[in-house]
Ligand binder design. Structure first.
Ligand SMILES: N[C@@H](CCC(=O)N[C@@H](CS)C(=O)NCC(=O)O)C(=O)O
Length: 195
């Protein structure tokens, strides 16, 4: 059975969980993280799930991050690569309509998400949720918020122009607006539509 190392509080793991649910593939989830545990963040004194710091995990994924999968001995990390692999291997028709342009469009937004949204999102989660209040930094929060508002405007305009296919939804949106707009108090968009 496919193994997935990750944690449901990780947006990158969520992408993979969503994909596995869409293709209806049985899997074993192994809770793993250096920064989060069953009770919450290590920055608030909680124990992490662990595993990711050990040599066995590092041999699979030298970054020590989640997610990682083992599919019958094929080890893969980097969430977008995992989503693409699972989709192409198990459900190309469902997830991409076996159409190269649809696949490429999904890749475009997946990579845009990683390049343009992840840094700001990570800053807001750390600064507004995980770090104790006394350790938070207003400048970092404001910079991340402004960067994300600019990126979300691009996303908002795109959502107004076209309907998106399932893989794009999974790949880019799952990590993006809903939770982070709440965390960051980001409510201004060009259209004002709720995503
Ligand atoms: N680009 C990587 C990023 C991986 C990453 O940074 N994952 C975060 C969780 S979203 C992580 O492992 N954080 C540290 C931890 O949980 O120990 C991917 O998309 O898989």
């Amino acid at each position: 059975m496919l193994k997935l190392w990750g944690r449901p509080t990780s947006t990158r793991t969520l992408k993979v969980l969503w994909t596995l649910a869409e293709i209806d593939l049985p899997f074993e989830l192994i809770l793993a993280s250096a920064t989060m545990g069953a009770q919450g963040s290590v920055f608030k004194g909680n124990r992490p799930h662990g595993i990711v710091d050990g040599p066995a995990y590092r041999a699979m994924n030298p970054n020590g991050t989640v997610p990682t999968i083992d599919d019958a001995g094929f080890i893969l990390w980097e969430s977008n690569a995992i989503v693409r692999y699972l989709a192409m291997r198990y459900a190309p028709r469902l997830l991409y309509g076996e159409d190269l342009a649809t696949f490429a469009r999904a890749c475009q937004w997946m990579d845009w998400d990683s390049a343009e949204l992840m840094r700001g999102q990570h800053t807001l989660v750390m600064q507004l949720v995980r770090l104790p209040a006394a350790e938070r930094d207003r400048v970092q929060i404001e910079t991340a918020r402004e960067d994300l508002i600019a990126a979300f405007r691009i996303l908002d305009a795109e959502l107004g122009r076209r309907r998106f296919s399932l893989p794009v939804t999974i790949s880019a949106w799952v990590t993006s607006p809903s939770g982070f707009t709440r965390i960051g108090g980001i409510s201004t968009t060009s259209s004002g539509r709720p995503w």
